[in-house]
Design a protein. Structure first.
Length: 146
């Protein structure tokens, strides 16, 4: 005889987290993914869609769907942009919302990649500022420049 299985989910994911993630995705808008489901269509069966997503994420059976590839024009050619399904964007947003507060604490202050409120332009600005500061110190000490 086997032991009865626990009714507890594999992963504790608050339903409110999935709801808040949905609100962010809806606010951001965007196109339908490979499944063709738009944000408006997803919202038509919102309660059912969010419950199914929460259930799959909580049980560990969630796997994202295929990503729709769209070529966008760029200077000198094109770049492929991947557009995930709406349900996958909700799942990704929920994961970011759950992980980011804890992970953010361990990043170095000079880390700029994929960080909230930071961009490559911020990194360049800090680098430029430090270079100019160092250059002024070197030239004022008589060590640099001509």
């Amino acid at each position: 005889m086997s032991e009865p299985r626990s009714q507890v989910k594999s992963h504790e994911i608050p339903k409110l987290l999935v709801w808040d993630a949905w609100l962010k995705v809806r606010e951001n808008g965007g196109a339908a993914g490979a499944d063709g489901v738009s944000i408006d269509q997803f919202e038509e069966r919102l309660k059912d869609n969010l419950y199914k997503l929460w259930n799959r994420m909580s049980s560990g059976s969630y796997f994202p769907g295929p990503v729709r590839a769209v070529e966008i024009p760029k200077k000198g050619g094109t770049r492929v942009l991947g557009i995930p399904n709406v349900v996958d964007r909700v799942a990704q947003t929920a994961a970011v919302m759950a992980l980011e507060p804890n992970v953010e604490k361990v990043f170095h202050d000079d880390s700029y990649g994929y960080r909230p409120g930071r961009s490559p332009l911020d990194a360049v600005a800090v680098c430029r500022q430090r270079c100019f500061k160092r250059d002024r110190k070197a030239s004022s000490s008589g060590m640099g420049g001509s």
